[in-house]
Design a protein around this ligand. Structure first.
Ligand code: KG4
Ligand code: ZN
Length: 347
């Protein structure tokens, strides 16, 4: 069984073909980072227009690379939300047109849930054996912790009350004059720094509280940088930048570790921890999870941490196999911009 995935929720256009063993035959991603970099973040209208330009050629390229035709595909899966409405509408309208023209079932997929399925792509181990599981999605837009009884049941345990974790990396990077997105750049500066040189506020200190918060940490870094700049005559030394990056990164990731530890204590029957989303590409996060959390942890390969369509096709495949083709004939559904937990599956 083969599924075609389509992703266009933010600033990456993706197409992928995945089989029912979550093996990736092809995954194509067209990044728009160069179009948005000059603005220091994603501009929604530009994003939607860029998707419109690359969508058709990227679709053709994907089928050609797999040496397949659309007739060989059993189902189509597309991101229906959350994301930028204009961007979503481009991908979903294309997907609906394709489904209508070919008679293929169309599976609407939640992007945040899809990220978790990135952890199973191109792995030989059986997915079901990892459940029940705790799952952490840490990206530029989301910091969500879930209890998952099965690969398709997501119960939201915690989310951020303000900024997302990746967003805080991007904002701190911007303050330091680094290009968007800043997570990987902060990580490489942090390698040269002393994480203990500057004290960072411990966010969401209440140990019993299962929630995330990043805006206080970001604000602390704003004031710290203002003070250091004054002290250093306007231009920060490389050593200072490295030390600030290291201290910020340790607390930003430390909060993820603390809250996941708390969830593990509350849900001791979890067989595994799944970590996904852009921040899951962090080598330091992988290191700390391995050292500090006593549970088998699974991360996507780095290419599948960032937005891609293979994770959408793979998760769509689970929904398709569970619910059957007839559940996905109806095309009268809408996109949604904000994260929307499924009914009866979490707060
Ligand atoms: O999942 P993703 O591609 O997009 C969203 O759906 O948001 O994640 C992108 C985010 C950005 O905020 C980026 O700065 C962050 O992932 N990121 C990192 C690292 N690599 C990417 N954050 C921390 N450390 C990294 N090494
Ligand atoms: Zn994402």
């Amino acid at each position: 069984m083969l599924g075609l995935g389509i992703e266009s929720s933010c600033d990456d256009t993706g197409f992928a073909i995945v089989d029912d063993q979550h093996r990736v035959l092809v995954s194509e991603v067209a990044s728009q980072i160069d179009c948005h970099r000059v603005f220091g973040g994603v501009v929604p209208e530009i994003a939607a227009r860029e998707h419109l330009q690359v969508l058709v050629p990227l679709y053709q390229k994907t089928l050609e690379a797999a040496r397949l035709s659309i007739e060989d595909i059993d189902y189509i899966a597309v991101t229906s939300g959350p994301g930028l409405v204009g961007s979503l509408l481009v991908g979903v309208s294309f997907a609906k047109g394709l489904a209508l023209a070919t008679g293929k079932p169309l599976v609407p997929v939640d992007h945040v849930h899809g990220h978790i399925h990135g952890a199973f792509l191109d792995t030989a181990e059986p997915v079901e054996a990892k459940f029940p599981a705790l799952a952490l999605v840490v990206s530029g837009g989301h910091t969500n912790l879930y209890w998952m009884e099965t690969p398709i049941h997501f119960s939201l345990l915690a989310s951020t009350i303000d900024d997302a974790c990746g967003e805080s990396f991007d904002k701190v990077a911007k303050m330091l004059g680094m290009e968007y997105p800043g997570g990987a750049k902060i990580e490489s500066w942090a390698k040269k720094g002393d994480p203990k040189k500057y004290l960072m506020p411990v966010m969401m200190k209440d140990r019993s509280q299962l929630q995330f918060s990043y805006s206080g940490l970001k604000t602390h870094v704003v004031y710290l940088l203002q003070r250091l700049q004054q002290e250093q005559g306007g231009v920060l030394s490389e050593a200072t930048i490295a030390d600030v990056c290291a201290a910020f990164q340790e607390e930003a990731l430390g909060q993820l570790i603390r809250k996941t530890k708390l969830a593990l204590a509350k849900y001791p029957t979890a067989k595994s921890l799944l970590v996904a989303g852009g921040v899951a590409a962090s080598g330091r996060l992988r290191e700390r999870v391995a050292q500090e959390l006593k549970i088998p942890a699974f991360f996507p390969q780095r290419a599948y941490c960032m937005d891609n369509a293979a994770m959408i096709a793979a998760y769509g495949g689970f929904l398709f196999r569970t619910q059957g083709a007839d559940a996905f004939r109806d095309l009268s559904w809408d996109v949604y911009s904000r994260y929307r937990p499924q009914l009866g599956q979490g707060a």
